[in-house]
Design a protein around this ligand. Structure first.
Ligand SMILES: [Zn+2]
Ligand SMILES: [Zn+2]
Length: 182
């Protein structure tokens, strides 16, 4: 029975992507092309139109109601450089690292702060992007989450002028600005 191709294979560029038993695959799999799109990502079934968008544009429009550990979320699917499908979260959640306070959530970058994505569940971990007039960078927050403290950051500004400090995670998982340790 002839099957309808949904689009050209982006990986080998020669095959066509057709529905198979467990996934959409390239019809040149016998020749060694392993391109495939699974039918379900994060408990969400893809439609043929999602697959067509992926093949044509390399990404889908926003798809609603993926289901993760922390509930439903919206994301787009994208083909990465290896032609594998990956989930791209909406910009509200650029994950910087694991949350040091609840140890379950992820710290995500938001407009004015970095905070835990489990704030709906009551986690209050938050780092303002600007502390003592110093604008923090993602690399600072990554170091903070990974090592429990940042390297010495220069150029905070307080009442008595400029000072250098490290940010560290306190005993309660809170963020402490520490100008005494070097
Ligand atoms: Zn192919
Ligand atoms: Zn948390």
């Amino acid at each position: 029975m002839p099957v309808t191709a949904l689009g050209a294979c982006p990986k080998c560029k020669l095959g066509r992507v057709v529905p198979g038993n467990f996934a959409w695959n390239c019809n040149r799999w016998k020749e060694g092309c392993d391109f495939k799109i699974r039918p379900i990502y994060a408990k969400k079934s893809l439609s043929e139109s999602h697959v067509k968008q992926l093949l044509k544009k390399g990404q889908t429009r926003t798809i609603k109601d993926f289901q993760g550990k922390h509930g439903f979320f919206d994301a787009t699917l994208r083909l990465n450089e290896e032609y594998k499908v990956e989930l791209v979260f909406e910009e509200r959640s650029t994950v910087i690292g694991p949350c040091p306070q609840c140890e379950e959530g992820h710290v995500v970058k938001q407009v004015r702060s970095y905070n835990c994505d489990r704030y709906n569940e009551g986690c209050e971990f938050k780092v303002w992007k600007t502390i003592a007039k110093k604008h923090l960078k993602d690399t600072h927050i990554k170091a903070l989450l990974k090592q429990g403290k940042t390297p010495l950051i220069k150029g905070f500004r307080g009442k008595y002028g400029k000072f250098d400090a490290v940010l560290r995670i306190g005993d309660q998982g809170e963020v402490v600005l520490d100008s005494s340790s070097k």
